[in-house]
Design a protein around this ligand. Structure first.
Ligand SMILES: Cc1cc2nc3c(=O)[nH]c(=O)nc-3n(C[C@H](O)[C@H](O)[C@H](O)COP(=O)(O)OP(=O)(O)OC[C@H]3O[C@@H](n4cnc5c(N)ncnc54)[C@H](O)[C@@H]3O)c2cc1C
Length: 456
């Protein structure tokens, strides 16, 4: 039986191990950290995630989708808070579609449980990869408690060890390996909003809350227990920034002025802000994704992206499903599996990485402005009237499995239609007027439709 070692039992490593075990491989999993189930709520890193169609579809294949949906809160749109406390609801989809907000550590714990009790896998915790011999596919692990070093040889080694991957570090030193990384100028800190009151914005649990303030923003993710986990995104330098807010007085003043309706709701504002260092966001692109037919990278280890579209874990889960399909097609021809895997995924993960940069700026600067909201109304009208021919980009990325690059390409074609209609809507004060309807009909008659995007 082929032996596969998975390095990293985060979200992607845990799911990948399950897929591989299901295919009948002998699978060994090593994780640097202690078992997350014994240390749930690791401070500052327990930030929530949102899962969408791609991620959930991959989870469905191993029978995990339903349970994960049950651990999540569906969010049907974003609720935008302006400084005066006015709320505007922007639905995510046209057919009541939702994204699913879930605790990252809760999701990881569930996948580890499933790997162990559902699939008989054993995860070795506190084992950090400190070396890799590429030619013999042997890894060197150091136990973080005892310091003991052990070596493990396998037929394949898959690095699912995240954005700062130790496996990738070894590939970087090989000839022909291309690599780029880019930090975002903003960082984030997690702030908890205590169990919600039944009134006011806290009772709006089926939405992602967003306080866009151009240079910075606050995002609130609903939790199943009624509390919210917020992430405060501000620049690392300048004013305001993590560097300029250094005292409790600075913090209170900043939060009260910027997010007045949230200010009084934080459970431990000063403690959480001052205890946890800012977390950074990074885009990583590299290639090739494999070395020979023995070593492969997957998930954030090979394509870390900014979290603005909520796609990192979804893309990593989609990686697992694609790899599984290729194993099914190519059997033990690992050379072809690795090659086809990168062919199928890289252009797509590069495309979503670039889109995430654009979307971060859009979320921060544009969601609160009238032109953005009008554009969204036009898109909703187009999708409602021409459901088989027009899908907005967010829906294609979030509610379908159309490959990322194709979704973005399709959106570029649709942009011309949207912008023409936006001008008309601005001139006529809104989307409900005959001139706009006529223009919409004529533009859509000329538009080839979604046929060039892959079927959902
Ligand atoms: C603020 C923020 C919000 C996000 N929001 C979303 C969202 O809404 N939706 C979404 O889909 N994605 C989101 N993401 C992205 C998502 O968190 C990542 O894409 C996802 O966690 C990647 O999973 P992974 O398993 O590849 O990497 P990781 O989750 O980083 O897991 C890697 C694992 O490898 C282990 N490891 C590392 N080095 C070693 C080593 N040397 N030896 C052994 N083990 C090692 C680590 O301990 C870890 O357990 C967000 C990210 C951030 C930062």
């Amino acid at each position: 039986m082929e032996k596969v070692i998975v390095v990293g039992a985060g979200l992607v490593g845990s799911l990948l191990a399950i897929f591989l075990k299901k295919r009948g491989f002998e699978v060994e999993v090593f994780e640097r950290n202690p078992d997350i189930r014994e240390h749930l709520q690791v401070s500052g890193r327990s930030i929530n995630l949102t899962l969408c169609e791609r991620g959930l579809r991959a989870l469905d294949i191993v029978g995990a989708g339903e349970a994960v949906r049950d651990l999540s809160v569906p969010a049907y749109g974003r609720l935008v808070h302006d400084v005066a406390g006015n709320l505007t609801f922007q639905p995510y989809g046209n057919r009541n579609e939702a994204i699913y907000s879930i605790s990252r550590s809760g999701l990881n714990a569930y996948l580890l449980d499933l790997a162990e009790s559902g699939y008989g896998l054993e995860v070795q915790f506190n084992e950090k990869c400190v070396g890799l011999d590429l030619s013999s596919a042997t890894i060197e692990m150091q136990n973080r408690v005892s310091g003991h070093i052990s070596r493990h040889k396998a037929d394949r080694i898959i690095g699912a060890d995240g954005a700062f991957s130790a496996i990738r570090f070894h590939l970087i030193k090989t000839y022909g390996f291309n690599y780029s990384q880019q930090y975002w100028e903003q960082g984030y800190k997690e702030l908890t909003v205590a169990l919600g009151a039944e009134s006011g914005w806290l009772s709006e649990r089926n939405a992602l809350h967003i306080w866009p303030r151009r240079q910075y923003m606050l995002i609130g993710f609903p939790n199943v227990d009624g509390s919210f986990t917020c992430s405060l995104h501000i620049p690392l330098k300048g004013d305001p920034s993590f560097q300029s807010i250094t005292t409790e007085k600075d913090l209170t003043r900043f939060v009260q002025a910027s997010f007045p309706d949230a200010a009084e709701r934080f459970a431990n504002l000063a403690e959480e802000y001052f205890t946890n260092p800012p977390n950074y966001m990074i885009t990583i692109k590299c290639s090739p994704w494999s070395h020979g037919d023995r070593i492969l990278l997957i998930g954030d280890a090979v394509h870390a992206i900014y979290p603005s579209y909520g796609q990192g874990a979804n893309a990593g889960f989609e990686d697992c499903a694609v790899l599984d399909t290729l194993i099914g097609e190519y059997g033990d021809d690992w050379h072809s599996i690795f090659l086809r895997f990168e062919e199928a995924r890289k252009a797509n993960t590069d495309a979503i990485a670039d889109l995430c940069v654009e979307h971060f700026i859009e979320l921060r600067d544009d969601v609160g402005n009238p032109a953005f909201q009008l554009r969204k109304q036009i898109e909703r009208k187009l999708s409602r009237l021409y459901p088989d021919r027009y899908k907005d980009l967010y829906s294609m990325i979030t509610f379908t499995c159309i490959p990322y690059a194709q979704a973005i390409e399709t959106d570029r074609t649709q942009r011309a239609i949207r912008e023409r209609l936006l001008k008309l809507a601005q001139k006529n004060n809104g989307i409900d007027n005959p001139e706009l309807d006529r223009a919409m009909e004529s533009l859509m008659r000329e538009y080839p439709g979604l046929a060039h995007a892959a079927a959902d």
